[in-house]
Write a new protein. Structure first.
Lengths: 140, 393
């Protein structure tokens, strides 16, 4: 191991691999149940509403709203220290599901619950890109 | 429901003890667990060979693959019921329901529940933070750099936004805990604080200040349970388990059904139903306080206040020793100690002390019924216990 602190890299699993491949192509993928049409996140082998295994991948709009957020002043580890203060938020996607993310390219102090945001991707490696969100232009 | 109702009054706590808490570098996490067990055995006036059931929780500082078995081996006891519980801070009371069921069904007679960790001395600050934040989802939460305070800050902001709770009301929870810790010689932090002290203590993860966050501690605590028929044979007044209930809403906060109403609704209702009691019957409450906003949500979800009203309730002094609902009488996780998963055990031993009328300067007068509530994860798994001096309340 090198001494350089490294952020926590997600390790894709069989049911999440398509999601991470989508991120690599700057596409935010959600699952939708072909039986009951429910959208879901995170990826699973079953529909959380009707337990059908007939779930398909669809491109999300990448649009959502801030459900809640915090500004982290003390980083979780050295690897995140350069980002302080950084925003951790829950984003309610327009399709319905909620996901955790960072809100970036913004003044953290100016953010409010309900602000519209859109997805962008930060490349961490050749395999992993992380979806993050940024406020709509009028707020930046 | 008759099966769960049948637990009421069948099992009693006959031994309870804490180790020294705070900074205890002379004992590792395994030794703290054994020391808590030894003290609880002394308190119950029995020998280790009378224990035939053992429950522990794993330690972060000294993990064992099979923790309860390792503690049994260390103590050289040979139980017929041996469980390592693993549900974070809610662990303590959900296993109590489990252990009480084992006694009520005759699986075993006398169960020792002992839990300890040394987050303060057994781990570096960064190790403790990393280990605790790994409660987040490894793919969909942890990469974003959230700390445990940050996860709870997400709840705090949503709650304040929905109900108009103020930073001062959150701070009042910390002040309440400290005022009780000041009367408790064993508490880690005893110097009195004010609302202003909390608000000026530095922002950790908005809107949570340093003093809105619980402590990082070493320590352990243990209780001994047996059947109500045998409880009179022990030196102290037995404390009966009247009600127990669990509620499990999610594991990861980004999957929560609601950020502002928790599964404490279900755990509380189930515990009260078993006990045949309601919030108005509770004389003293020990409510999980890893962060100040958690207490407000739990007070409401357990039925002590309407939604959105707990802040004003605490601010008005209702949770002080002379208030209508004395709460966190030992100082809680905010001021007594918080060694991680075992944290709620100290609320349990405090409830036993209060119901034995042995709490000295911080005794709640004529306490007959206590409620203890804990949750683990990020407001994920909730467990509520109702305890009483009379088994047939």
């Amino acid at each position: 191991m090198s001494d350089t602190p490294v952020k926590h890299f997600p390790r894709p699993t069989p049911e999440t691999e398509a999601y991470w491949q989508g991120c690599r192509k700057q596409e935010l993928l959600l699952q939708r149940c072909k039986q009951c049409k429910e959208f879901q996140f995170y990826p699973r082998i079953v529909c959380t509403k009707c337990a059908s295994e007939d779930v398909e991948w669809v491109n999300a709009s990448g649009q959502g709203k801030i459900l809640t957020f915090t500004i982290v002043r003390r980083p979780v580890s050295e690897a995140y220290a350069a980002d302080v203060p950084y925003v951790v938020a829950l984003i309610r996607l327009d399709e319905g599901p909620t996901m955790m993310s960072n809100v970036v390219q913004c003044d953290p102090e100016a953010l409010q619950i309900g602000n519209p945001v859109h997805v962008l991707f930060e490349d961490w490696s050749e395999d992993i890109s992380i979806p993050q969100f940024s406020p709509a232009k009028s707020l930046t | 429901m008759s099966e769960t109702n049948s637990l009421r009054g069948q099992v009693a706590i006959v031994g309870a003890a804490d180790t020294e808490v705070g900074k205890v570098p002379q004992l590792g996490a395994t030794a703290l667990c054994v020391e808590a067990a030894r003290r609880a055995l002394d308190d119950a006036g029995i020998t280790k060979d009378q224990i035939d059931g053992l429950v522990t929780c794993n330690s972060m500082a000294e993990p064992h693959m099979y923790h309860a078995e390792a503690i049994a081996e260390y103590l050289q006891i040979f139980p017929r019921y041996c469980v390592t519980a693993n549900a974070g801070g809610g662990t303590t009371f959900s296993v109590l329901q489990n252990a009480a069921s084992a006694i009520a069904t005759g699986v075993c007679e006398t169960v020792l529940i002992s839990m300890a960790d040394s987050l303060r001395s057994g781990l570096s600050r960064e190790q403790a933070m990393m280990l605790q934040s790994s409660t987040g989802h490894p793919q969909f939460e942890v990469p974003y750099g959230a700390t445990v305070p940050a996860y709870y800050a997400l709840i705090a902001r949503a709650y304040m936004d929905e109900y108009g709770a103020t930073p001062e009301q959150l701070a009042a929870v910390a002040v309440n805990a400290r005022s009780h810790a000041a009367r408790n010689e064993s508490a880690q932090m005893r110097e009195m604080i004010s609302v202003d002290d909390v608000l000026s203590s530095g922002m950790i993860a908005d809107p949570l200040h340093l003093l809105d966050c619980s402590l990082i501690s070493d320590g352990g605590a243990a209780v001994i349970l047996t059947s109500a028929d045998r409880a009179a044979d022990f030196p102290h007044d037995p404390v009966y388990v009247l009600g127990a209930g669990e509620g499990h809403g999610h594991e990861h906060i980004s999957q929560a059904r609601s950020l502002t109403t928790s599964a404490a609704v279900e755990s509380g209702q189930r515990a009260f139903e078993m006990a045949g009691l309601g919030p108005g019957d509770v004389d003293v409450a020990e409510i999980y306080d890893c962060f100040t906003p958690v207490v407000l949500i739990e007070l409401e979800d357990l039925g002590f206040c309407d939604k959105g009203e707990a802040g004003a309730f605490v601010e008005a002094g209702e949770t002080a020793l002379d208030g209508s609902l004395p709460m966190n009488t030992h100082g809680g996780l905010l001021s007594h100690c918080h060694p991680g998963n075992p944290g709620s055990m100290f609320a349990l031993t405090e409830a036993v002390t209060q119901l034995r009328h042995g709490a000295g300067d911080r005794q709640v007068k004529n306490a007959e019924v206590a409620l203890v509530h804990a949750q683990g994860g990020i407001m994920s798994s909730h467990a509520t216990l109702i305890l009483g001096r009379e088994g047939s309340a």
